[in-house]
Design a protein around this ligand. Sequence first.
Ligand code: ZN
Length: 388
Amino acid sequence: MPDDTIQEWARIHDEAIIVDVHAHPSLKVSLLNRKLTSYFGATRSFNPFSVRTDFRKLNDGGVDVLWSTVYAPERGIIDDCRCLNIFRFLMPFKWRKVFGQPYFNVTDQLLDDMEEQVEKSEDPKTGKIMAKMAYSVKELDEILGMGDDRPIAVIHNIEGAHSLDGSVDKLQHFFDRGVAYITLTHFYENGIAYPVYPFPGYVRKFGCFKRDRDLTLGLTQLGEQVVEKMIELGMIIDITHCTPPARKQVYEIVGNRIPIIASHLGAYEVNPSPYNLKDWEIKKIAETGGVVAVIFMNYWLMPHETKRGLNFITRTIDHFINVGGIEHVAIGTDFDGFTDPPDDLKDASELGRLTQRLIAEEYSEDVIKKIWGDNTLRVIRDGWGRKE
Ligand SMILES: [Zn+2]
């Protein structure tokens, strides 16, 4: 590669505001006691102990805004995979913290844990503050205006409305804490919205997670109230993991009142899984002003023999752009969500590879910047009710 090409991709990547719509460093912090100021090795193969989004990797990958996902582990997991009960004995304190109290309390604790990491994000060597919480649009813009050496802006989101413990009123609490979006459902039915089967099919080989999901079920009455309340507050609605009927109901209720997002998935036309969005849905989300964010995991994008997946990511980006337009595509890596990222883009420090690939596929600088962050920033500024 000639020198000027190398500099060109680096310049574009550096200038772009890089936003990851969905990543889970919080799981590694709260379950594995990882400190995000440390640099952890990340393997190319699936490894639940790898940390792919510590602050140093995020910084190396040029991430400007991390939409940090908090997930209170659902009890269905331990019913579905009995061998996990071993952790009850290996990590009794952690076990009680995660499974011994209501989801609402667990979620609050996980948000606290993440904030503590951000508060202690001073680089031990340089003294630089590596990350800063943004609890409103104004705070986000202040961080983004801090110049080249600015900290990563971290905004909260919650995966799975089981965190509400069945109470619409609890939305206000999370809104006040600065949670900008909630994924309505996750692995199991939660009294609000029904989920699709959320695991790669191969996990069943190990005798775990055998229960199918009922794809005819959608939003419950409580779910409809939750959606209405989220619109009223200005909490962005994420339809990832919802069944097709639940997604349809959300589109109908929301209309064009608030941007809808899909934070980490692929395209049904590329990989026909009910987890992924059909073309009419991509258009629908675009009409709300929202974004569809591409997950970094081959299994959902296009299951294939190869472990490399950059080409599947750009194939999906291509499709989303062709159907929904250049203003409505984004990136939601799902790094550190116990996922298996592609071998050629295994952690946040390697995000520049996607920029290189997009340039090689003749995407313009303007479109690359939209995909990386401009589209998502628009959604945050328009959709998030915490302006000040
Ligand atoms: Zn997910």
